[in-house]
Design a protein around this ligand. Structure first.
Ligand code: PLP
Length: 305
C-alpha cells in the first residue's frame, strides 16, 4: 500500500504526517487498510454475505459497505440506535445498499447473533467483521503499516522519535506496537484517545497485542509490552463525537495552512491532543510522525457545523 509520508510542520519539532487518508479506495483511511485483509479472507473462503457492527456515521461501515457492494455480497450493519444521525457516511452506506439493522446498544450482541443465525438458516455463508475492523487481521494491517514507516526511514535516512495517532478501538495502535516490538524499535507510540478512558482503552489494546503475538507464537516479557502502550485519555473533550473550540481551530488551521482535511471525531481531536501533549511534556527537537487515519467524509460534516 505504502501511503505517502511528508513534512507538515516545522517548529520546535519536525512533524511529519503519514497519509492513510489517501489510500485509494472510498476516501481511504485505516478502515480500508484493515478491510483489505478481511475481504481477502472473504474472497478465498466462499462467503456470500457480510455482517458487521458500526454506527451509521462510521468510516468502518462505509468501507465495508463499499467493498461488499463491489463484490455483489449482501451487507448487514448492526447499528446502535443511540446517536443515530445522518451524516455523509450514512448517505454513502445507503448508496452501497447496505442494510442497517438498528438496535439498542445493549441488544447489539444478540442482534448480531440473530442475523448470523437467520442467514445460515437461509443457506447462506456469512462472514462476520467486528466493529472497527477489530481482531488479529486488523492488528496485522498496522504491523504492515509499521514496516512501511521503517522502510521510509531507511530510504530517507530519518529516524522518528514519536508516532502519534487517534486511538478508538485501539486496533491500529495495537498493530503499530506489535510492529515496534517485532522490530525492536525504540520509538514511542502515543495513542490519543478519542473516547475511551485509560483503563478500558489500555486493557483492550493490551489484549489485542497479546492475541496477535500468541497467534504468531511469539513471546515478549509482559513488562515490555506494558511499557510500549502509551494511551492518553486527557483530550477526549467529553467523549465520542464531542469536540471543543481548540479542535475546531486546529482543523481550520491545518486546512488553511497545509491543505490537509481533519475531522472532529478522530484526526482533529488527536492532532489537537498531540500538540497539547508535546507542550505539556516539553518535547523539543524531535522528529514526530502523525498518522492521518482518514475519515474524509467526516471532514465535510465539519463544514456543515
Ligand atoms: C476508526 C478510526 C480511528 C481509530 O482506529 P482504531 O483502530 O479503532 O483505534 C482513527 N481515525 C479514524 C479516521 C477512524 O475512522
Amino acid at each position: 500500500m505504502d501511503t505517502t509520508i511528508h513534512l507538515l510542520e516545522k517548529g520546535n519539532n519536525l512533524i511529519y504526517i503519514k497519509r492513510e487518508d489517501l489510500i485509494p479506495f472510498c476516501f481511504g483511511g485505516n478502515k480500508v487498510r484493515k478491510a483489505y485483509l478481511f475481504f481477502n479472507e472473504i474472497d478465498t473462503g466462499g462467503y456470500d454475505s457480510v455482517v458487521t457492527y458500526g454506527s451509521s456515521s462510521s468510516n468502518h461501515s462505509r468501507i465495508v459497505a463499499n467493498m461488499a457492494f463491489k463484490r455483489n455480497l449482501d451487507c448487514y450493519i448492526i447499528t446502535p440506535k443511540e446517536n443515530f444521525h445522518k451524516t455523509y457516511n450514512t448517505k454513502l452506506i445507503e448508496k452501497y445498499n447496505a442494510k442497517l439493522v438498528i438496535a439498542t446498544l445493549e441488544d447489539i450482541g444478540s442482534e448480531i447473533e440473530k442475523k448470523l443465525k437467520e442467514l445460515k438458516l437461509e443457506g447462506k455463508n456469512p462472514y462476520f467483521i467486528q466493529g472497527g475492523g477489530h481482531g488479529n487481521l486488523g492488528t496485522e494491517a498496522y504491523v504492515q503499516c509499521f514496516s512501511e514507516i521503517l522502510n521510509f526511514e531507511k530510504k530517507e535516512k530519518i529516524d522518528f522519535d514519536y508516532i502519534f495517532l487517534a486511538s478508538g478501538t485501539g486496533t491500529t495502535q495495537a498493530g503499530l506496537v506489535c510492529g515496534k516490538l517485532l522490530n525492536k524499535s525504540t520509538k514511542k507510540i502515543v495513542g490519543i484517545s478519542i473516547a475511551r478512558n485509560i483503563s478500558r482503552g489500555r486493557e483492550v489494546i493490551l489484549e489485542s497485542i497479546k492475541d496477535y503475538l500468541n497467534s504468531k507464537g511469539i513471546l515478549f516479557e509482559n513488562s515490555l509490552i506494558e511499557d510500549s502502550v502509551i494511551f492518553i485519555d486527557k483530550y477526549i473533550a467529553g467523549g465520542y463525537g464531542k469536540y471543543n473550540q481548540d479542535i475546531i481551530e486546529t482543523i481550520d488551521q491545518n486546512l488553511k495552512k497545509y491543505g490537509v482535511p481533519f475531522d472532529l471525531t478522530y484526526t482533529g481531536k488527536a492532532y489537537t491532543g498531540m500538540k497539547k501533549y508535546i507542550e505539556e511534556n516539553q518535547i523539543f527537537g524531535k522528529k514526530i510522525l502523525f498518522i492521518h487515519t482518514g475519515g474524509t467524509p467526516l471532514f465535510f460534516d465539519f463544514l456543515n457545523i
